[in-house]
Design a protein around this ligand. Structure first.
Ligand code: 6GU
Length: 227
């Protein structure tokens, strides 16, 4: 899978992908992540990528030309299943969408800055608009990093322990149950007895119940299917 990210601040996207699971996935050829500076495609003599909005509105808007030329250059090299625009007014990102994208083929992500991109790009070029939550970021870059991380970590071969990604919170619409490690007693703080019982069937049942109870008290909305 290849992920191309278009941004005017490529530096912002350097460190999120250069460590841990995401770096290892790239080293192992599981994914190729390519960050592009939209400015490189600007035909303006000062490499401008934005302009004033029509209508006398304050702020700046990212222009069509550099973004469209970048998209077309990349599209001429390979096919993309989605061209995603990261924007606070997009579809709220959920695990189901992440799962679907992880098996869909190459994806392109476009990070908005300033007041965003010209609406005509959204109409004619963008195929999917995603938001990572109901708050405003200064640009789409951190959202693109979040989306990329979520996609890459579930690609086959990204996580050593194949079972692990399947037992995450949200993968079955439930939050994850509590988890413990040694020592079993830390100055009087005890690990639940059942986890040390060796009874695997009972442990599994306990974990399912804990996941359900935790979801019910913290995120009852998740128990209402399709909400
Ligand atoms: Cl995708 N972009 C920006 N700028 N802000 C956000 C967001 C995206 N998702 C939540 N807030």
């Amino acid at each position: 899978m290849r992920i191309d990210i278009l941004t005017v601040v490529p530096n912002l996207l350097e460190s999120p992908f250069s460590d841990s699971i995401i770096q290892r996935a790239q080293d192992n050829g599981v994914v190729e992540i390519c960050v592009h500076d939209i400015r490189d495609w600007s035909q303006d003599k000062h490499k401008k990528v934005d302009d004033e909005p029509f209508g006398g509105i304050a702020g700046m808007v990212m222009t069509i030309q550099p973004i469209l030329d970048a998209v077309n250059a990349l599209r001429s090299e390979r096919t993309y299943s989605e061209i995603i625009y990261l924007t606070p007014d997009g579809e709220p990102l959920k695990q189901a969408r992440v799962n679907q994208l992880s098996i869909s083929g190459n994806v392109m992500m476009i990070c908005g800055h300033y007041k965003g991109i010209d609406e005509r790009l959204r109409q004619h070029v963008i195929t999917l608009e995603l938001s990572i939550g109901d708050y405003v970021l200064s640009g789409g870059e951190l959202a693109a990093a979040v989306l990329t991380d979520a996609i890459v970590r579930i690609l086959p071969g990204a996580i050593g322990d194949e079972q692990s990604a399947l037992t995450d919170s949200f993968q079955d619409d439930l939050l994850a149950p509590p988890i413990y490690t040694r020592p079993a007693n830390y100055n009087g703080w005890e690990v639940p007895e059942i986890l040390r019982s060796g009874d695997h069937a009972a442990i599994e049942k306990w974990m399912e119940q804990q996941a359900y109870d935790r979801t019910k008290s913290r995120r009852p909305d998740l128990l209402q299917k399709d909400s």
